[in-house]
Design a protein around this ligand. Structure first.
Ligand code: SF4
Ligand code: SF4
Length: 217
């Protein structure tokens, strides 16, 4: 899941300077779950923009605006409203914003309403935790399913570092050292011998951006 936060409303209004008629696009997946791009947030944004003197000419909430097929069918249904719009404000992650740009036949100005923060898992209480940095060369098989790239403050492949203190991280003493967690996990599973192998540097070419994966030739 991609985690987003809404930008301060005044920043959004400032970014829309010069545009009076706005169309809003939300997201039925991650941004709805994060409470940044579901129907309540879209309606609140409409109210705030109208209070600021803008006209909201319409809105839609595609189930996943980052998926072209899902976005395009919603855009097609809303074409009369989109034709009135001078700009589009997207209440979704940066993928949703750029997906709109890629699929917009009207070449409208597009603006983000959200800051895109990280990829996360959601726990049973509904809180979000970053667990993977999308590094392109997963090492969870040798670290007991705990990601050192994301959870170790230094992203170390061999740890812990000399700064670990009583199981806590030297960068943030309130946080467990990822490598202590990895050690405990491997110990529990009788796989501590794996730690005797020094892991070489990762192939960071695999995390070079932008990535693409072409499945349909
Ligand atoms: S090693 Fe960590 S950052 Fe890399 S793919 Fe696996 S979970 Fe993600
Ligand atoms: S104390 Fe642990 S988590 Fe913190 S930087 Fe060192 S190895 Fe990484």
């Amino acid at each position: 899941m991609i985690i987003t936060e809404l930008k301060p409303i005044q920043d959004i209004i400032d970014s829309l300077k010069g545009y009076a008629k706005i169309f809003l696009i939300g997201c039925g997946e991650c941004a709805t779950t994060c409470k940044t791009g579901g129907e309540p947030e879209i309606l609140k944004m409409k109210q705030d923009l109208e209070t600021a003197g803008k006209k909201v000419v319409g809105f839609c909430i595609p189930s996943a605006p980052c998926v072209a097929a899902k976005l395009k069918s919603e855009l097609a249904k809303n074409m009369p409203s989109l034709r009135q719009a001078e700009a589009v404000l997207v209440l979704a992650c940066g993928l949703g914003v750029q997906s709109f740009k890629d699929n917009d036949r009207l070449s409208l100005a597009v603006f983000p309403a959200c800051n895109t923060l990280f990829g996360a898992v959601m726990d049973a209480k509904g809180d979000f935790y970053e667990k993977c940095s999308l590094c392109g060369e997963c090492v969870l098989d040798i670290t007991g399913g705990i990601c050192p790239i994301t959870l170790c403050a230094k992203g170390l492949l061999n740890g812990p570092c000399g700064g670990m203190n009583k199981g806590k991280c030297e960068v943030d003493k309130d946080r467990d050292c990822a490598w202590v967690l990895i050690y405990k996990e491997l110990e529990k599973n009788k796989k501590l011998a794996a730690l005797k192998t020094i892991r070489g540097p990762k192939d960071f070419k695999k995390s070079a951006r932008p990535h693409k994966l072409i499945l349909n030739k």
